[in-house]
Write a protein that binds this ligand. Structure first.
Ligand code: KG4
Ligand code: ZN
Length: 330
């Protein structure tokens, strides 16, 4: 009988729990989002996030069990995010996971949230196996990873400053769009001309990324227009900015796939939900004869299904001394 894993995720502004049978059969995936709560502040307020996680965590776990049609006693192991993320938010999920694992006398698995994002792909594409090249693009991270095995990740490059999602969110905020800005820019860009404005392409050698220069260039463009009283076409700004980010991400990913002779490209993280990034990479992969994978929309952004999946394939366990590691790397 395949193991049942309960996944728990509270690293940022989603309280999430999921039940997974074996490594790939998702029985439930419950996500309680706090986005409307943080929207009026223009971003996540850590203290509010922690308090809301406390209120939500047990009802969300209950709902995940009910939806899966199982009892707590049926669960064989618990996988929980221990970093990176907001310290107070992480601690809520960790405390719930540790208490349940202790009470039920079952193993506890400490999961790295970034690895979790990559594993979301195993749920969307059950036939997928490593090795592959993964581009992880989220609100806090941008990284290119050569995943040689379920437990071996070689970091090829990462952002030296802003993450891709962070740049989306900051530009959107200045343009007066609601939080989170990524999906708003994505929507607005659909009616804009991606070649209307030439923003500078980030110039970083190797497989590292940098988006702060691009972010400043877009902010300068918006400020200059405002000072001169010129009207701007918001859709053109969104489309031109998005194209610059997407082209940079795609270029580096394809170059890494070629250098490391990898034939599968796996997109992961919240920004993987970006329609232009998905389309650009898919088209480029088709042209080069590479396989392209990206998670279904609900598995792109934060969820506990990906945490349960990562936990299932992990061969290390944690104990009651497990603590949150807010700035955990890969
Ligand atoms: O992975 P995620 O849910 O949380 C982190 O681990 O950070 O990613 C959230 C990020 C936010 O910056 C959000 O604006 C961005 O993903 N995002 C998008 C889209 N959907 C979410 N960015 C661009 N286009 C989208 N459609
Ligand atoms: Zn995330």
């Amino acid at each position: 009988m395949d193991k049942l894993t309960l996944g728990i995720e509270t690293s940022c502004d989603e309280t999430a729990a999921a039940v997974l049978r074996g490594g790939r059969q998702l029985l439930s995936n419950v996500i309680s989002t706090q986005i409307p709560l943080h929207q009026k502040f223009g971003g996540v307020v850590p203290e509010i996030a922690s308090r809301k996680h406390i209120v939500n965590i047990m009802p969300v776990i209950d709902e995940a069990l009910t939806e899966a049609g199982v009892n707590l006693r049926d669960i064989n192991q618990i996988a929980v995010t221990f970093g990176p993320g907001l310290a107070g938010a992480l601690l809520v999920g960790l405390s719930a996971a540790k208490s349940l694992a202790y009470a039920l006398k079952i193993p506890l698995i400490a999961v790295n949230h970034l690895e979790g994002h990559i594993f979301a792909n195993f749920l969307s594409a059950p036939q997928l196996e490593p090795p592959f090249l993964s581009l992880v693009v989220s609100g806090g991270h941008t990284a290119l990873i050569n995943m040689t095995d379920y437990n071996r990740f070689e970091l090829l490059g990462q952002s030296r400053d802003d993450a891709a999602g962070e740049a989306f969110d900051k530009i959107a905020r200045v343009m007066g769009l609601p939080y989170p800005g990524g999906p708003e820019i994505d929507k607005l860009a659909k009616s804009g001309d991606p070649n209307a404005i030439t923003f500078p392409h980030p110039k970083v050698t190797g497989y590292d990324f940098s988006f702060s220069g691009l972010k400043s260039a877009v902010l300068n463009y918006l400020n200059t227009a405002q000072m001169k009283g010129d009207s701007i076409d918001a859709a053109d700004v969104a489309a031109s900015f998005q194209k610059t980010v997407v082209d940079t991400l795609a270029e580096k990913t394809l170059a890494a796939a070629e250098e490391f002779n990898l034939h599968k490209i796996v997109l992961a993280g919240g920004v993987a939900a970006n329609s232009s990034l998905e389309k650009t990479l898919r088209t480029a992969c088709e042209r080069r004869g590479l396989e392209f994978y990206y998670p279904s929309k609900i598995l792109c952004t934060d969820n506990a299904a990906m945490i349960a999946c990562r936990g299932y394939y992990q061969n290390t366990f944690a104990d009651a001394t497990l603590n949150a590691v807010p700035n955990l790397g890969l």
